[in-house]
Design a protein around this ligand. Structure first.
Ligand code: ATP
Ligand code: MG
Length: 434
């Protein structure tokens, strides 16, 4: 059995164990050699006194290149000078995967490495515990989302990512060749999750990739991200949807605090559960607030990066990390959103987390005629959405839902400056490899 830095305890003292990991540090001091072996959970120190170590083992350590993968078998010795309280005196050592020198980037060095270098050599970057911790916490986040939604009667679905038409506007569609026909990479599961509302699968969710040809290079846009989408039928209003998203995000953060405590401490991050209920700010009020704070913005405008940030600062002054912005102008919202009759507004919401949008949603237009009218008014051809519209013509309940960017949520939760930090191999205008 292979031990790791976490599983060696006082029970193993004076016994023989085998461990495997990366040679983080090698020091040869003549009479004694030290090897710091790093694995997923930490490090173990291998100590080889020349007098008690076979010459071939000494030789292997002496010529070992940093970051090589080695397997060491040896005796665990209590050692108060070592932080872990023990060291391993090696009986044999095997180089499983030698590393070339020099390394493309340091793993333990304290020098700052450019993000581009880190992303180019992500396999090496991820050897750093604080980089890896982000992905353990992202995995925990999606697992917790799953748990919360299933507990609330949702069914997980998987909708196509190769589609014939976009749902979120033509400008960010990636076109692909589909057996000679044009097709697109899905920007969101919007049309499909709505169609499912006509089936009796009345609460669905999906955690999957979404693709957007985002032209702007920002810290929060990438061209491939993981979207957590939900849709629920038989609702009375969008408040039902908001309650679900609020419950879910609070559950996730509270549980990450508990179950992710080890990874959070590796990152040195303290996560707080947002104060509930999340304040609800009508769009008009949000615009007024950021105008008062000095931003030049007009009614009808998008809040934009700066507006979102300003609003985030204002909300944080009252201790609110998460808050809703509701009733956006209908003209600024996609065709599927329900208009608030007699006003220029819509039954829509954004959820912002410390100055950044992480989710958008709302009540959908489920009335066939109104939906067709809205499409026509927005310059869309209902004919090319027939497959979608049909689902509204034979009994469609009132419904609503949301899309939440998993990476944006993880980014804000962990206080990271760029959404790319939460993506193993980020995709943006400049980046397709690795
Ligand atoms: P933004 O205004 O910030 O560009 P959006 O309003 O266009 O976002 P939506 O269509 O509302 O985005 O998508 C739902 C959620 O998906 C967003 O709130 C965000 O969390 C996430 N998201 C959207 N586009 C991206 C992207 N390019 N990169 C990362 N996450 C994204
Ligand atoms: Mg949005």
């Amino acid at each position: 059995m292979l031990y790791d830095s976490r599983s060696i305890t006082a029970n193993e003292y004076d016994k023989e164990v085998t461990v495997e990991g990366w040679a983080q540090e090698v020091r040869n001091l003549g009479g004694i050699s030290f090897l710091i072996l790093r694995d997923r959970y930490g490090t173990v120190q291998v100590t080889a006194p020349k007098k008690r170590t076979a010459p071939d083992v000494m030789q292997t350590i002496a010529s070992l290149a940093r970051e090589s993968v080695v397997r060491v078998t040896g005796t665990v010795k209590a050692s108060p000078q070592v932080r872990a309280g023990y060291e391993i005196v090696p009986a044999s050592i095997q180089v499983v995967g030698p590393a070339k020198a020099p390394l493309p980037m340091g793993v333990v060095d304290k020098v700052d490495v450019e993000p581009e270098t880190r992303f180019n050599h992500r396999y090496m970057d991820l050897r750093r515990p604080e980089v890896r911790a982000v992905f353990e916490l992202k995995s925990l986040t999606t697992r917790l989302i799953d748990e919360y939604l299933v507990d609330n009667g949702f069914v997980e679905v998987f909708t196509p990512k190769l589609v014939a038409s976009g749902a979120e506007g033509g400008s960010t569609l990636f076109k692909v060749d589909y057996f000679g026909r044009p097709a697109y990479l899905a920007q969101s599961p919007q049309l499909y999750k709505q169609m499912l509302m006509a089936t009796g699968l009345d609460r669905v969710f999906e955690i999957g990739p979404a693709f957007r040809a985002e032209p702007s290079d920002t810290a929060r846009h990438v061209s491939e991200f993981i979207s957590f989408d939900g849709e629920m039928a038989h609702i009375d209003s969008q408040a039902d949807v908001m309650a679900m998203v609020e419950g879910c995000t609070r559950f996730v953060i509270a549980e990450v605090r508990e179950r992710g405590a080890r990874e959070l401490s590796v990152l040195g991050v303290d996560v707080s559960v947002p104060k509930a209920p999340y304040p609800v700010i009508p769009y008009e009020r949000a615009i007024a607030m950021v105008r008062e704070a000095g931003l030049r913005i007009e009614l009808g405008d998008d809040l934009g990066t700066e507006g979102e940030r300003l609003l985030g600062d204002l909300m944080l002054q009252d201790g609110h990390e998460m808050y809703w912005i509701i009733e956006y102008p209908e003209a600024a919202k996609p065709f599927y959103i329900m208009e608030k009759d007699g006003t220029p507004y819509s039954f829509s919401f954004d959820l912002d987390y410390r100055g950044q949008e992480i989710s958008s949603g709302g009540q959908r237009e489920h009335r066939y005629d109104r939906l067709v009218q809205r499409m026509q008014r927005l310059g869309l051809d209902p004919g090319s959405f027939e497959f979608y519209l049909n689902a509204f013509a034979y009994g469609m309940p009132a419904h609503g839902g949301w899309g939440l960017g998993v990476e944006r949520m993880v980014q804000k939760m962990l206080g990271l400056s760029n959404v790319r930090e939460t993506i193993l191999f980020p995709r943006d205008r400049n980046r397709l490899v690795p």
